[in-house]
Each structure stands twice: as C-alpha cells, then as structure tokens.
Design a protein around this ligand. Structure first.
Ligand code: NAD
Length: 455
C-alpha cells in the first residue's frame, strides 16, 4: 500500500497491507482467551497507559513529523494534537478508578447488592484520519484501561501514525495479545465486521458508520459511532465586538482546513451585524497562510484526500449557481499537492449543498437572519447534531437558546471544542453512544449486578 504526502503528491513509503490470512492470525493473538491484560489489576493497566503518554511526549517530534507528512496537517497543529491526546489520557488515568469502582446497595437488608464492571472482550476500533491521535485515544485508551483487547484499524490516510501508536503502546508494556493494528483500506475494515468481536467502535463518515452498524447488528454487541457534522453558529444581535467573534469563528471553521467533525460549517448572523461580520470574517480569512505544512508559519496545509478537491469545488459552484456571493477563495490551488483556498460564501440558503452537506474542508456559508427564532429554526434544520454554538454578550439569551439546540454539544462564545470531562456524543446522523467522560469508560464495559442473600 503506497502512502502519499498530500502536500507534494509524492509517495512517502510503501507498507504491507493486511490480507485475509494476516487478519485471521492477528485476531487469534488478541482472542480474549489470551487474557494476560485482563488479569492485570486496574492500577497496573493505568500505570502502563501513563507510560504510553510519557513515551508519546518524549517522541513527539518524530510523531509530529509523520502525522504532518501523511495528512498534510500544519506541523504546529500536529504537535497540538499530540499534546491534546495526552490531556485526554490524563483524564482517563486520573478518573478511571473512581468511575469504575464497585457500588454497594441495601447493605443493611437481608439481600445485599453490588454493581461491578467487566470488559466487553475484544473490540474493533475502526478509525478516521483527520485527528488520528485524538479520535484513536477516545477509543483505545478507555478500552484498554477497562481491560479490553483492541483490533485497531487506523485510516489508510493515517497508517504511519497507526503503526507509531502501536509501537509506542508495546514499548510502554501493552502486550501484543491486547492490541493489534490492521493496515489497509475499506476492505480491511470490512473484513473485521464478520469476525468474532465483542464490540465495534467507529469514527468516520455517516455512510460507513451506518453500513457497519447494519452489518454487525445481528451480533447484538455494542456499537459506538462518532460521525460527521454540519455544525452551525449563531452571531446574535447582542454582540459588542464583532471583530473578535469573526476571528474566533474563522478559527472554528478553518482549523485543520475545516477537516474536523466539529468544525463550524454554517454561520447565521443577525441582520444588525451581517455586513460588518462578513467583512471582518473575510479579513481574518485572508490572514490565513496556505502552504507547505512543514513550515511553522503555515496555518492551512494540504487537503488530506485528493478526491475531496473536486467535492469542495462542486459545493462552491452549486452555491454560486443558486445565488451565493463568493467573498473570497473558491478555487483549487494549482500545485503538485492538494490545496484549496479558504472560501467564504455569503447570501447562502438551505437549497445549497454548502448549507446541508458536510463540507469537511475550508468552506463556509454565512446567512443573514432577522431574529433568534429564525436562527434556531435554521440551525436545527439538519440531518446532523454534533455541535452548535451561539455568540452573544447576553448570557441569559445564550443559555435559553442553547436549551433549544438539538445537538450533543452546545457552546457559548466558543466553538470547535472537545473536553475529556464531557461526553462526546452526536445526535441524529452524527452518531450513536458517547466517548470521553465517565460515559466513555462505561461504553467499554458490561455491567454485572450481584445479589447476595444470606443462607
Ligand atoms: P470514512 O468513513 O471514509 O472511513 C473511516 C474508517 O472506516 C477508515 O479506517 C476506513 O478505512 C474504514 N472503512 C471505510 N469503509 C469501510 C467499510 N465498508 N467497512 C469497514 N470499514 C470501512 O471516514 P474518514 O474519511 O476517515 O473520516 C471523515 C469523517 O469522519 C467525517 O465525516 C468526519 O466528520 C468524521 N469524524 C467524526 C468524528 C467524531 O468524533 N464525531 C471525529 C473525526 C471524524
């Protein structure tokens, strides 16, 4: 399997992809009967995961380099991703014991009761490329801490990082019987679906997530899906610093070139601020530096998947044909690599693909709204429900508004943010179940209810 650098179009290296035979032999290794990992005390597993974090930090330069080479992500964002992943690991290592502790009930009665947690067994972690460390850590860290064995399938666009993760886990003390990496594309992921695994945890697109859920439904094992989004933001009439709001939303829309599940993808602006906001947003967008992601000054590197350039161009053309105004950008940048201009469209509406289809790129539509009610109706008019935000100086207005947003994560005066203390969960086509927080530990456990009656 050839691994390409999306910033140059050149082959970085060639890897051996897995095939039916290697998939079977790797799965045999992590069969739950090889249960050395499960037999370790929770404290011991936590200590090993803590060592993994230390190893990541110690080798962050090499890891950052590979991540940028294979995804086209700016080098400083690659570093921020590794540091962010370590912060999430810290959450799990610090809180797992408290969350997973046994609970006792009715101690003073004839029948005493206890609740305890057990690992699911061997689970599949089929993962995405846009934040391979972050979305990987959301799954394999709590899965390992709770005693599961993991069949980890990194995206074909983040295979080097996947192998780096495996090497670092082994170096930290995670045994080969607890973690195996499967290299390859769609067919390798699909091969895992018919295997005897005890749970499927997927990060990626709605269509693949739905396919996986349908395919494994007959097994009646847990399925967790972290899928796409079409995340809206509302700039209310109660704003005194439109320039600051525009700067924050440019970051929310264009960080990682918009290739974030929780990137801001639609902006609704109250009439009072519409013109000023559009101008400020364009000004800030023009300050972005598109180019070689290895350059520390670059803010926007390459688009990871070459085929996505035509998809982005189509969204721009569709919007313009239907009456949108192109304020800046709009084009593929001629180059050996995959580059697209940060693009701002105003005068958009919900008949345009850019306002209902996940862009997953540096494109934003800005729509004028007359009041809060119209903003809310438009924001909830989507098949997705991952995040939604309001920018307002009026906290009361913002909180009332947030209650009515149909999304798993709501923000006031910020966006594109994930906290390990809170469940990361999408509604509708954005997902099923949750990762992170205590819910992201329970997701990898079976409960056992104990009833003790004295003879
Ligand atoms: P994708 O669905 O194309 O691929 C994801 C993974 O699934 C890859 O490892 C791929 O090889 C594998 N795969 C593809 N087809 C498969 C099949 N038929 N059977 C089994 N496995 C298969 O998604 P992607 O391009 O890697 O990621 C982008 C998408 O992920 C976006 O929609 C983005 O919003 C979403 N995402 C969501 C979150 C979240 O937390 N909600 C985080 C990151 C990315």
């Amino acid at each position: 399997m050839k691994i390409y650098n999306p910033a140059t179009g050149k082959v970085i290296t060639t890897l051996e992809a897995d095939n039916v035979k290697t998939i079977k032999s790797k799965l045999a290794k992590i069969h739950v009967q090889n249960n050395a990992w499960q037999q370790l005390a929770l404290d011991e597993r936590i200590a090993i995961i803590d060592t993994f974090k230390t190893n990541l930090l110690e080798s962050k330069d090499a890891l950052t380099n590979d991540l940028t080479l294979e995804t086209g992500k700016p080098i400083k964002e690659s570093l921020a991703e590794i540091e962010g992943a370590c912060y999430r690991i810290d959450y799990f290592t610090a809180h797992a014991k408290e969350v997973l502790k046994e609970e006792y009930f009715n101690q003073n009665t004839n029948t005493q009761e206890k609740l305890s947690y057990e690992p699911l067994g061997a689970i599949a972690n089929i993962s995405a490329w846009n934040y391979p460390f972050l979305v990987g850590v959301n799954v394999f860290i709590p899965a390992l801490i709770t005693g599961n064995h993991v069949a980890y399938k990194p995206s074909e666009f983040a295979s080097l990082t996947g192998l780096n993760i495996q090497a670092s886990l082994y170096q930290s003390g995670v045994p080969e019987s607890a973690f195996q990496t499967f290299i390859g594309g769609k067919e390798v992921g699909e091969a895992l679906l018919s295997e005897d695994l005890d749970g499927y945890f997927f990060t990626g697109s709605y269509h693949t997530g739905r396919f996986i859920a349908e395919k494994v439904a007959y097994k009646l094992v847990p399925v967790g899906l972290e899928l796409g989004g079409k995340d809206p933001a509302y700039v209310s009439e109660f704003n005194s610093d439109i320039n600051k709001v525009a700067s924050s939303l440019v970051e929310g829309a264009f960080y990682n070139n918009g290739q974030s599940c929780c990137a801001v993808e639609r902006i609704y602006v109250h009439t009072k601020h519409y013109q000023a906001f559009c101008q400020a947003f364009v000004d800030h967008s023009k300050g972005l530096i598109v180019g070689n992601p290895m350059d520390k000054l670059v803010t926007n590197g390459a688009i990871t998947r070459p085929q996505h350039l035509a998809f982005l161009q189509d969204q721009v053309e569709d919007a313009c044909q239907k009456g949108a105004k192109l304020l800046t950008g709009g084009n593929i940048i001629p180059s050996e690599g995959n580059f697209f201009e940060p693009t701002v469209l105003s005068n958009v509406n919900h008949s345009m693909k850019v306002m209902y289809e996940e862009s997953f790129g540096p494109i934003i539509g800005i729509q004028e709204v007359k009041d809060e009610h119209q903003a809310l109706t438009l924001m909830n008019d989507t098949q997705y429900g991952l995040t939604a935000s309001i920018f307002s100086d009026n906290e009361e207005e913002a909180k009332h508004f947030m209650h009515q947003l149909d999304a798993g994560n709501v923000y006031m005066n910020c966006a594109d943010r994930v906290s390990p203390f809170l469940p990361w969960a999408g509604r509708k086509r954005s997902g099923l179940g949750a990762t992170l927080s205590k819910h992201g530990l329970y997701a990898f456990c079976k409960t056992k209810g104990w009833h003790f009656r004295k003879a």
